[in-house]
Design a protein around this ligand. Sequence first.
Ligand SMILES: [Fe+2]
Ligand SMILES: [Fe+2]
Length: 249
Amino acid sequence: MSLFAIGDLHLHFQSELKAPGQLHDPVWKNHEEKFRENCSRLIREDDTLVLVGDHSWGKKLSQCEQDLRYIAALPGRKILTRGNHDMFWEAKKTAELNRQFQPELTFLQDGYAVYHDYALVATKGHTFEGPFYLNRVSRQIIGWDETAEEHSKKLVARELIRLRTSFELARQDGFRKFIMFLHYPPTNILEKRSGFTDIAEEYGAEQVIYAHSHGESRFHDSIEGTFRGRLYRLVSGDYLRWIPLKLLE
Ligand SMILES: [Fe+2]
Ligand SMILES: [Fe+2]
């Protein structure tokens, strides 16, 4: 029994592709097929695969049905968490999605999932992504849009509450071992630490898994490897070359 993760599949079997680069970049060419093959090679029926957001380009559930069927047909237990592009999934409709798709798919939001003696805790997260103003010569950041930053702080605050609530629910139920999943990176390019890294430390999450940074220029936007006792791992699909990352045996 193993635990795997990957994010940013950005499927579009029935919806408009909103990142045309996906058509031309070799890493994205037939990525659905590559990923399906890698899953059937690596994942057994008693394994768990956590898909860390940006599942589909579809805006409405009716535009995501084939994408979700593709995911449901992959081997193992599938747990989905929310990404910024998952317009089909409003947080308050999570119970409805679970009624519709369980047991094939589990939509995880404002709660936790169990893997052995671990609680898997997930939220979308948020990071401020600019606009940043650069010195063209030195390529250093010399400022940023402060209005956008203020708005971003509100989204971060809301996500931190959701994350803490999920950890608390798991802790009340007796869990002491945690893996934490975010869609956004835990820090933005201006930060060394954040509210998300603080919560990971406070609850003792062993690993912090995140995605959202895809395209080579963004692979190193946040923390990688061991930092203050936690293991931080980027799992965006193109970064992993569509090979799901094994988190636990
Ligand atoms: Fe994405
Ligand atoms: Fe994203």
